[in-house]
Every structure is written in structure tokens, then in C-alpha cells.
Write a protein of this length. Sequence first.
Length: 272
Amino acid sequence: MNRSNPIGIFDSGIGGLTVVKRISANLPNENIIYFGDTARVPYGSKSNSTVIEYSIQDANFLIKKNVKLIVVACNTASSAALDALRERFEIPIIGMIEPGAKMALETTKNEKIGVIGTNATINNKAYSSELLKIDPKAEIVEKACPLFVPLAEEGWLDHKATYAVAEEYLKELKSAKVDTLILGCTHYPILSKVIQDVIGNEVRLIDSGTAATKIVEDYLNGRNLRNPSNNIGIHEYYVSDLPIKFKEVAERFLGRKVSNIHKVDLEEITGN
Ligand code: DGL
């Protein structure tokens, strides 16, 4: 494997850019190829078999671009497809669930952990199984918060509607007195101010993207796979639908100008 090959990151759409932001902050010299499946988003309301099928196609696209490692930024895809991807491909694949769960267990004091995510991630019990595998005594309260995704994309980061939705979604977690809350969806770090305000300052928020970034860093360091170049890495973005909306939201999510966005035909992804 060539050390200067890019890191491949895929997501159902735009949200995975929160993970790109973390990875590029910690590993600024790495080249990154991002694929956002904007034509088929959302994954969070789809069945596991569909998400597995799409994720295999997404990973295949990145492998053809000679990436040295794949990060499944999408929590839904991580929850449904990680095993299938690892079985199928030899390339190292890092998902969101295990890193997020481990960080939450390192953080909690009272072993009461909240998890929020899409319907699929919560129905798959992905985080709770991982948490209980490591700490069978942990108490876990999970809640699907699907409306957070469109609110984040709309940029309603400080809007009273977002506060109202958060109050409704987070009330069980509040009354369960969780001291740690896993943000188990790509979009939720964007809404962290509202989530923190509503759940209370004493609750620690866990960004799975941050946790996964640490794993990526350790992986590359441990295998001498860091890009040797001292230049800032090149980032290329591929999307399966028109890039206009992607560009607008991407610039908001990343807080900087985004270029190098290419549209890929879905036929190229599906191989049909
Ligand atoms: N990227 C998805 C996730 O992290 C959220 C958007 C979707 O439902 O596709 O679960």
C-alpha cells in the first residue's frame, strides 16, 4: 500500500463531512476522497439489506480510487453493513460504532449512557450491543431522533423549532439521568449546542467522528502509513446527485469553501 494514497470516506450524503472535518483537522497532510450517496440518501429509514447493498457499492467505488483505508462515516451504514464490508473486502475499514462506544465508556462515571441516532441505527441496537459487550453493567437508553437530520441540513442550529424537537426527543434520556450521550449520527455534532443546552451541561457529548478519527490516526501511525508529504492534503468529493445543494451545505458543515466536487452516475456506483 502506498502511503500517499488517499483515505476513502463514504456516507449516505452530506453528513459524513463532520467526520471529514475531524480527520482533516488531525491529519492535515492526508489526501481524502469522499463519496456522498446524495441520490439515495437517507439510509436511516431503509432496511438493513438495502443499506448493506448500497454500502458495498460505495466501498467498491472508493477501492477503485486506490484508497488506503475506508472510513464508514455514516452511522447507519456502520450499524448495518460493517461486518458485511469487512467480510467482502480486504482493505481496512473503520466504522463509527466501536470507537464511539469505547469513548463513551471511558467517559461515563455513572455507567448510564444515552444513544441517539437514526431509526435504523437505534433499531439495530448497534451501540447498545457494543457497549454491553464491553461493559455488561452499563445502563443504556436509546432514542431515534430522525428530525435532527433535516434540521441540521436546513441550518436551524439555534432555532426554536430545533429546541422544541430536542426537548421532545431527549426527555427520556434526561429523566434516566444519563451522564454521557453518544451522538450516533453524522449530523448531530452540528446540533451539539442545542443538544447540550437541552440535555444539560453536566452531560458529556460523545462525537463518534472524533472517536473514529483517533482510531484512523493510530492505525496509520502503527503501520507507517501516514502520507509522507508536508503539503496540505488534496480533498476530492464525489456525489451521486447534483452537487449544488451538496456544495452549499458542505461549506456550512466544514466552515470553508469546497471545490473539487464531482457528480458520479449512479450506474457507475451500482455497476448496472
Ligand atoms: N448519515 C446518516 C447517519 O449517520 C444520517 C443520514 C441518513 O439517514 O442517511 O446515520
